[in-house]
Design a protein around this ligand. Structure first.
Ligand code: ARG
Length: 602
């Protein structure tokens, strides 16, 4: 990760002070642990209360190592720094507080450097090169052909699209992949249902896909009574697997019409992919991998089916082929991991898929890992350690009025349409003179839906509640977008060049300092998001930044008037406007990393 300069400086002087305070231990241990600036850097935390300082080192963790009491350690080290034994004191001052060492950064320096950095780099602020030369595959969305694009696939779509942007920001070569569910026994069912009950559906019917899904639901209902149906479906899928012309033709029709429909939804959401493939694309790549597994002695026949045992992981055996020779979802994922590597030589391959599929991925990764062990693949060439299931929790809709057409699915399209139309009403009430109402309503409605998926940690369930999601004041997308628009309007009103050589001492107020600190935290928020594979860290960071700015914006002077940002005081105004532009830049770029557009007016 790109390192925070002040943090690094603090780490250096602290490691230095430790060396001075505990010379015997240093002699014994060497340049490790608390005597190593990198170790200190990694152990630094953010104090809960920002007033305590910018960084804190929990020294109680090292009490045993140093055979000393935490308070003693903190005060000795703080004193050493204070006496100037270690490093200069210009940038940071260090104080002991209980079992912690707290570091405060010189505000003028922090302000100067941070604003300069943001204003110089603009959108590129927070960009780094840590990922250079590394390839990350991010698989997301992966909807199923001939089924509605329901909210079950909303979160993966939004999460993955955001991760794609975040990894790009850090210089990775990113491949965003949509892996369509276009193969499997369900196509046998669908085709049987279509042939049986779909004679009157025209192939050009614009609602073909919706109607197909209705037939699919009917198939399941009728299969409960009619045992032969499932058997018929199995036979038809087998025909499809064997390349039967008529069956293939139908499957192709369903596939292409589904893709058309999905494309409309992706366009509306503003979600992009670098590659769209289907499970079916792997069909001709399966045999060589099965042969490898057989050769390695890992597979066996069980009741006619081909399986790989995974006893050591306490998982059930992984099924590779059914007794009739049909391959499975897991088979295709195993093969897919190798195929993706052949094509992209990835350093990491992420699967953004709901946590309900955790066991599936454990099995898939488990089989690959066993194969590589058995084949003695050199450690650094193995795929298994590069595969990561980026799992996430459920999305729950409390709203009963949401149309739940066909078989209990809530279509994403309906959710987006409803969000956009509700936002439009709100805009018409609040700002009827806005020029591009429809365009703005679209940006904000879609932004609201996206933010709802990203503003809780990925493993936490999302409770989708319309009022909470669309509020302009709560912790929402519209709130961030509104703050962004407010910042843009200040810039329009100011209408002069923004300079970074400002009088920084004029920004010494508590509100301004909080904003500066947060601006300086942006790279860390991005790093947290990458470390945890979770855009949540950027989402909550943006809420903090917007909150800090709005506090400043609404601040009153001692005599109770609003302390206006733009005033007759030219020097003061230009200092404050440097802050405004910096916040606008970071909120805009942060929203971009979440896949959310930032309107200039709303
Ligand atoms: N199409 C699958 C589903 O909707 C998700 C695919 C997830 N990705 C994967 N590589 N298995 O359940």
């Amino acid at each position: 990760m790109s390192k925070d300069k002040f943090k690094q400086h603090f780490a250096n002087i602290i490691a230095d002070a430790f060396q001075k305070c505990y010379p015997e231990k240093y002699e014994e241990i060497g340049h490790y642990q608390v005597f190593d600036p990198d170790f200190i850097y990694d152990n630094l935390e953010k104090p809960k209360d920002p007033k305590m300082g910018r960084f804190a080192l929990p020294v109680f963790r090292f009490a045993r190592l140093l055979s000393d009491k935490p308070q003693e350690i903190a005060s000795k080290v703080a004193q050493a720094v204070d006496e100037g034994i270690a490093g200069n004191k210009k940038l940071v001052t260090v104080t002991a507080a209980g079992g912690f060492l707290n570091a405060k950064v010189d505000f003028n320096t922090l302000t100067m450097e941070t604003l300069q950095d943001v204003l110089d780099k603009g959108k590129r602020y927070g960009t780094s090169t840590v990922g250079e030369g590394r390839t990350v595959l991010v698989e997301y969305s992966s909807v199923n052909i001939a089924k509605p694009f329901g909210i079950a696939h909303l979160r993966t779509t939004i999460l993955g699209a955001s991760l794609r942007e975040i990894f790009k920001k850090l210089g990775y070569n990113v491949v965003g992949l949509n892996y369509l569910g276009d193969w499997g026994t369900q196509f046998g069912k669908l085709i049987v249902a279509y042939l049986k009950w779909g004679a009157d559906i025209s192939k050009d019917d614009p609602c073909l896909i919706d109607k197909l899904f209705e037939l699919y639901v009917r198939f399941h209902a009728e299969a409960k009574q009619d045992e032969l149906l499932d058997e018929k479906a199995r036979v038809v899928f087998k025909k499809l697997e064997n390349g039967d012309t008529d069956t293939t033709k139908l499957w192709k029709l369903f596939r292409s019409r589904s893709i058309e429909k999905f494309k409309r939804i992706y366009d509306r959401l503003g979600v992009e992919f670098d590659l769209i493939i289907g499970e079916s694309d792997l069909n001709d790549k399966i045999e060589p991998i099965i042969e490898r597994l057989e050769k390695a002695g890992l597979s066996r026949i069980s009741e006619g089916a081909l399986v790989v045992d995974l006893e050591d992981t306490q998982l059930p055996p992984c099924l590779l082929k059914k007794a009739d020779g049909a391959t499975l979802y897991a088979t295709r994922d195993i093969v897919g991991a190798f195929w993706r590597f052949e094509k992209y030589q990835y350093d990491q391959s992420l699967y953004v898929v709901a946590n309900s599929q955790s066991d599936h991925f454990k099995q898939v990764f488990g089989v690959i890992s066993r194969l590589e062990e058995t084949e003695h693949t050199p450690e650094d060439e193995r795929l298994a350690p590069r595969l990561k299931h980026v799992d996430f929790g459920w999305v729950k809709f409390g709203d009963k009025t949401m149309s739940t057409r066909s078989g209990n699915v809530i279509p994403v399209e309906d959710v987006v349409n409803k969000a956009v139309s509700l936002v439009k009403q709100m805009i018409i009430e609040k700002n009827p003179n806005l020029k591009a109402i429809d365009k703005t309503a679209h940006m904000v409605g879609v932004g609201a839906v996206k933010f709802s998926q990203l503003s809780v940690k990925r493993l936490t369930d999302v409770n989708f509640d319309w009022d909470a999601v669309l509020s302009f004041e709560g912790e929402t997308g519209p709130y961030l977008q509104y703050t962004h628009a407010r910042l843009c309007s200040l810039e329009r009103n100011y209408d002069k060049d923004i300079k970074s050589d400002i009088e920084v001492t004029l920004l010494a107020g508590e509100e301004e300092q909080r904003i500066v600190e947060l601006l300086a935290d942006f790279p860390e928020a991005i790093a947290d998001a990458v470390r945890n594979y979770d855009p949540y860290f950027i989402a909550t960071y943006l809420l903090r930044l917007a909150g800090a700015f709005n506090k400043f914006y609404q601040r009153k002077t001692p005599d109770g008037r609003i302390d206006k940002i733009i005033s007759d005081d030219v020097t003061l105004t230009s200092a404050r406007m440097a802050l405004v532009t910096s916040v606008r830049t970071v909120i805009g770029e942060g929203l971009h990393l979440l896949g959310i557009q930032a309107p200039e007016e709303m």
